[in-house]
Design a protein around this ligand. Structure first.
Ligand SMILES: [Zn+2]
Length: 192
């Protein structure tokens, strides 16, 4: 009897799971077909590093070198330690200088939009610091930076996602092109 009940429960569970899976696959297929077929113009969004060329190239910060050595030696680094160095090295800049970027690494320097909500800002600072610490062996450096920063600042991660979705809409004249751009961004930042 118990077996019969659990089998019934299992079968009842299968249907919604299958429906969700089929829906996800359909959405992915539609997004991929749209990405290939739609002609969307590149958004008018400059690369911010040109704005900061006067302070490049900079020497590698001694704190950054120390942190990198600790990582390579496999020593544990606390969230606070990362935060202190992110606050020191990732500089806040006016949004007009940042194009449509929340944060960026230019050579040995990192920058973040000054007007980001506070949780998002510390997430982005940690994300950019991670880029400065990366060895180049990461399969997807954006995913790796998101993973490192998102683990420490999950709320900031969510805030950054919502801020970006809201903030970038103005760069696209068609909603379809905007959705395609979100899909492309998702693939870069969220798939390993
Ligand atoms: Zn990044």
């Amino acid at each position: 009897m118990e077996n019969l009940v659990s089998r019934f429960a299992r079968n009842k569970m299968k249907k919604p799971v299958l429906t969700i899976l089929i829906t996800i696959v359909l959405i992915v297929v539609i997004l991929e077909v749209l990405s290939k077929s739609q002609k969307c113009k590149t958004p008018d969004c400059f690369y911010p590093c040109n704005n900061f060329s006067t302070i490049l190239p900079g020497p590698r910060d001694p704190d950054l070198i120390r942190l990198q050595q600790k990582r390579l030696a496999g020593e544990k680094i606390s969230k606070q330690e990362y935060r202190l160095i992110a606050e020191k090295l990732i500089l806040e800049k006016d949004p007009e200088l940042m194009g449509c970027y929340n944060g960026v690494v230019c050579g040995e320097s990192g920058f973040v939009r000054k007007d980001l909500p506070s949780n998002a800002k510390i997430f982005v600072k940690r994300h950019e610091l991670e880029h400065l610490l990366q060895t180049g062996e990461e399969r997807n450096s954006e995913f790796a930076a998101n993973l490192a920063a998102g683990r420490e600042y999950p709320l900031g991660f969510l805030q950054t996602i919502f801020f970006s979705i809201w903030n970038r809409a103005k760069y696209y004249d068609s909603p379809v092109c905007y959705i395609i751009s979100l899909w492309k961004t998702f693939k870069v930042y969220f798939l390993p």
